[in-house]
Write a protein that binds this ligand. Sequence first.
Ligand SMILES: [Zn+2]
Ligand SMILES: [Zn+2]
Length: 425
Amino acid sequence: MAIQALRGTTDLFGDDARRWAAVEHHVKRLCRAHGYGEIRTPVIEDAALFLRTLGETTDIVQKEMFRFEDRGGHDIVLRPEGTASVVRAYLEHNLHKTIGFAKLFYLGPMFRAERPQAGRLRQFHQYGVEAIGSYSPWIDVEVILLCLDILNACGVTETTVWLSSMGCREDQQRSAAQLRERLASQRAKLCQECQKRFDKNVFRVLDCQNPSCHGIAWGAITGSPFLLCGNCEAHFTAVRQGLGQNGVAFDDTQVFARGLDYYTQTVFEVRAKGLGAQDAVAAGGRYNHLVEDLGGPALGAVGFAAGIERILMAQGAVPAPVERPKRHGVYLAVAQPALIGRAFQQVTQLRAQGVQVLMDYDGKSLKAQLREADKAGCKFVAILGEKELEQGAITLKDLDAQSQETVAVEKFAESVGKRTGHACH
Ligand SMILES: [Zn+2]
Ligand SMILES: [Zn+2]
């Protein structure tokens, strides 16, 4: 039987690959415009990195990590998310000592051993930003603005921002005590896993997939489940004001909690029209203890991550114009297969000048070559035949302008190079 891609993984090519490249282009362009530099971290990490940071009661850690032992007995994980790796790298390379405040972005595959279903892949792709080394509410505002700018540029414009604050660690302890108190009378009705969560991390009961637990937990909550101290309240107010001053509409009445333990204070989710109610297209927040938890100094930090597959699904719901690329480059056709070698020399010269150029190596008919040139979207076509070599002249057709001219064979590369000065992408 033919070997196929693993379930929950996909191949990308053609138009799909072009749509992906467009998203990646906007990510890089806008992140750089906002002062974020790229960071690339490995896809495999020490399992301890995620066990220590995501929270041992989270679904990711309990069920969804691709975790294996290598031949040397090391406990290894295929990264399920990007933030922990970025913070590890930030500390490992002493960025807290050399640059202090770091603004970084990443783009790449993440892995979760989930049951593959619509919109959920085992290898999925995210981009995200992390601003490490500041407690300022303005950086929260910047991150949310950047998040929305990228979505807009990608054609995902019908979005809603859910904004909340989970408070500091002390607030979270008080809030957990309050939630436990409210759930105490119904504790026996929770599933077995939630019984454990109740003591260890009661907020995880809110994430339970079991509808009965879900109903009980959310039924116990009115308004935000998080109690905020004066400092956290002031931070949240500043973020809301900053967003308002910059024209960002948000909904701070929705009750939600980000399902990872490292979040503190600001959390947000961006929901896009056309995606299921459960699914945010992008989400993030502040994580003021993560740097410290990984052995660094106490440093405030905030970031977000967005799913590229989700963006493409949302684009599908809000049909984004797929731009037809402009014609560019040259196709050098040969009249006889015997001339392939001569044509190849010309092609090599052109490529050395940065001109995008195609030719046929299989001895296809001239008609087939011209069809290929059209399909590939070439701007120029030239035909090299015995006659052209005898006369030392070759005809260059401009398919856009529907015009043609004759150039000397020995000057061919030079004159094509001049005409396609910006043909190299
Ligand atoms: Zn607080
Ligand atoms: Zn449960």
